[in-house]
Design a protein around this ligand. Structure first.
Ligand SMILES: [Zn+2]
Length: 140
């Protein structure tokens, strides 16, 4: 049997499947994506929730993960991976996890691109960067 979450309209195989729902637009963004990438998405959000509460909202092209303000962006859900961007005020060149880093044109922000293919990819190094990103989303 299938269960549709009344809040985000995502469809699950299991009744009352635990997941993170934002609004309906988040559900729309996730609609039709593979079970494996949706699972990675939920893993990522649970990891952020270990740091603190997060809110989700979607635009046409991405899901924004926010504390007080947006601090991370899920830009793609592939068949077996998800792509995330973490913007920072400085370039962290010394890392093993980012595929690509680029200055945002006309700003002093640097986008750090991360691809998650397995739950284990959210390792200690990634978690440290997630904490830095989360701190940027908190109003001080
Ligand atoms: Zn939901």
């Amino acid at each position: 049997m299938m269960w549709e979450c009344p809040l985000c309209n995502r469809i699950f195989k299991k009744n009352q499947q635990p997941h993170f729902c934002g609004d309906k637009t988040v559900g729309d963004f996730l609609l039709g994506k593979s079970v494996s990438s949706q699972g990675l998405f939920d893993d990522l959000i649970s990891k952020f929730e270990e740091i603190g509460p997060v809110k989700l909202h979607a635009t046409k092209s991405m899901i924004v993960i926010a504390a007080d303000t947006g601090f991370a962006y899920v830009i793609n859900l592939g068949k077996n991976h998800i792509d995330i961007v973490l913007p920072f005020d400085e370039l962290y060149e010394d890392n093993l996890c980012f595929r690509k880093m680029a200055q945002v044109p006309g700003s002093n922000k640097y986008n750090h691109h991360l691809r998650i293919m397995y739950k284990e990819d959210i390792n200690d190094e990634v978690f440290e960067f997630m904490k830095k990103a989360y701190a940027n989303g908190k109003k001080v």
